[in-house]
Structure formats: structure tokens, C-alpha cells
Design a protein around this ligand. Sequence first.
Ligand SMILES: CC(C)(Nc1nc(-c2c[nH]c3ncc(Cl)cc23)ncc1F)C(=O)NCC(F)(F)F
Length: 296
Amino acid sequence: QQQQHDVFEERHLRFISPLGKGNFGSVELCRYDPLGDNTGELVAVKQLQPNKQANMVDFQKEIQTISSLHCDYIVKYRGICYSAGRLSMRLVMEYLPYGTLIGYMEKNKRNINNRRLLLFASQICKGMEYLQSLRYVHRDLAARNILVASDTLVKIADFGLTKIIPFDKEYYRVTKSGESPIFWYAPESISEYIFSHKSDVWSFGVVLHELFSFCELSRNPKRLSLQQLGADLRGPMMAVQLVNVLKDNWRLPSPPLCPPKVYSMMLQCWSLNSEDRPTFCQLQDLIESSIQDERE
Ligand SMILES: CC(C)(Nc1nc(-c2c[nH]c3ncc(Cl)cc23)ncc1F)C(=O)NCC(F)(F)F
């Protein structure tokens, strides 16, 4: 359905600083200050990389996607800003001051306990349940795409690769692989470009691993997987090798001090057969019971 978009006037959008680069786009911190007295709200504004105008259709789909999502655990859409000069448009989102989960973990890991990690996992799981209820597959669920709203609230962001599963199928098949984060991908996504709610569950397992590794670079899924693959393979060889070791039942090792119940949850998300992976609803129950265990 065609969304009613809040329009932000470019002349009131004050650039403050760059935030980062995502899929094909970059995001800046701005203040929308129509009164011109610095009382306006801070917003995160996403625009296409100049030379990547080709992705305007994808960008419009991303705007359509994020503007249709209304969930406490998903970064909020604010509106759009038409840039007259550049004949392009920019996506305006709420600004989360605590930044990305990876940055937050680096700064605060010493005073984050298992209960807080499980609270974050539960919120990401609820956001994914909501996405699934609208037949969306995120396709890029990873700690780098989780934002921190406060010490007790995280949100899913970056819907640049999100697709809707057609009503008559249970999965979405993509044609181009693009810069695939294969170390977060389910085997069927790596080898057959098949994406489904079950492949998002696989990625959720990898996010659980990142959470309980406190997003430490030394324990990053890509680094641990490349160590297992040995020789520094490049390109398609690496994808084939990764699927082979996964078929030989290698999985990311348990993070140090990770509760056994939580590691077994990850292993369930990493079932080779997508049918054997839990649903986000079942994961919610498993997380709740792990939170109870931490309470005792
Ligand atoms: C590409 C971008 C900018 N990366 C970053 N966002 C923010 C950042 C910090 N606060 C934010 N508030 C809202 C938004 Cl959309 C981004 C940020 N801070 C640092 C980033 F590298 C981003 O969008 N990443 C995906 C996300 F992390 F958001 F899932």
C-alpha cells in the first residue's frame, strides 16, 4: 500500500557528522531544525552513495519497507527528504544515540551480564517475529546492523537487503549475490541463494554468538570461520569450502563462559536442514527460560 510520507525540507536539515556506511548507502547525523534555534530533533539520514544511483529502485523499496514497519524493536522511520538539486531522495530515521551494538559492546562489555545479553537477544527475536509476521526476510541480520537505543533496548536496522516472500512460496531466491556476508548466511543461502525465515533464524544464531562474544573482533564469525578454512581462499572457492565444513558439521565454537543452554540454542539455529531450525517464537521461549536460569 502507498505510504503517506512525512516530508522533511532539505533547507532545515542541518548536517552534523557522518555515522557510517551500509549497503550501497551512507548515513549522517543531522538536526532537523525548522525554527533555526537548535531545538530541532536529531535524525539519522540515509542517502545513496553518489556513484550508486543505479540502486535507486532498491533504495525506494528500502524506504517502502522501513516506512511500513511499526515495532519497538525496529529502528523508526521518520520520513523522506527530497533533494531538489541531486534529483534524489533521502531516508530520515530516528537517531539512536548509543550507536551500533558492536561499538556499545566494546565500550561496556565489562558491566554487561548474561541477563542483559539475553534481554537484547529477546528484543532482536521479537523484532524478527514481527518482520516474519509481515512475510519479510531481513537477509542481513548481524550485530553490525543492530542499534542500541538505551542500556536496556536494542533495535534492528538496515533494511537494504530485506525482501518480501511471495505469497505462494516459503522462500525468496535472489539472482545476484552482491557483497554477501556469507559468514552469517545459512548453507542454502550460500549455495542456492535461497532466503527464508529459516535462513534469518540461522543468522540470528550467529548474532547470539556475537552477543555472547561481546562482539569481540578476535571472536568475529568471519575470523573464526576463516581460521577453520585454513588457506586464505578467495571468492567462490571460500563459499564452497564454508558449505563443505558446515556439511562436515563444523560450527562456530562456544564463546568462553557462554551458558551451555545458550550455545545449544545457537546449534539449533545452525541445523543443516532448515526444517530442523526453531521458529523465532520457539526461540523466544528458549530465551525466556535461559533468563529464568540466570535469575536463580
Ligand atoms: C550504515 C550505518 C549508518 N552504520 C552506522 N550507524 C550508526 C548509527 C548510530 N545511531 C544511529 N541511529 C540511527 C541509524 Cl539508522 C544509524 C545509527 N552508527 C555507526 C554506523 F556505522 C547503519 O545504518 N548501520 C546499520 C545500523 F547500524 F543502523 F543497523
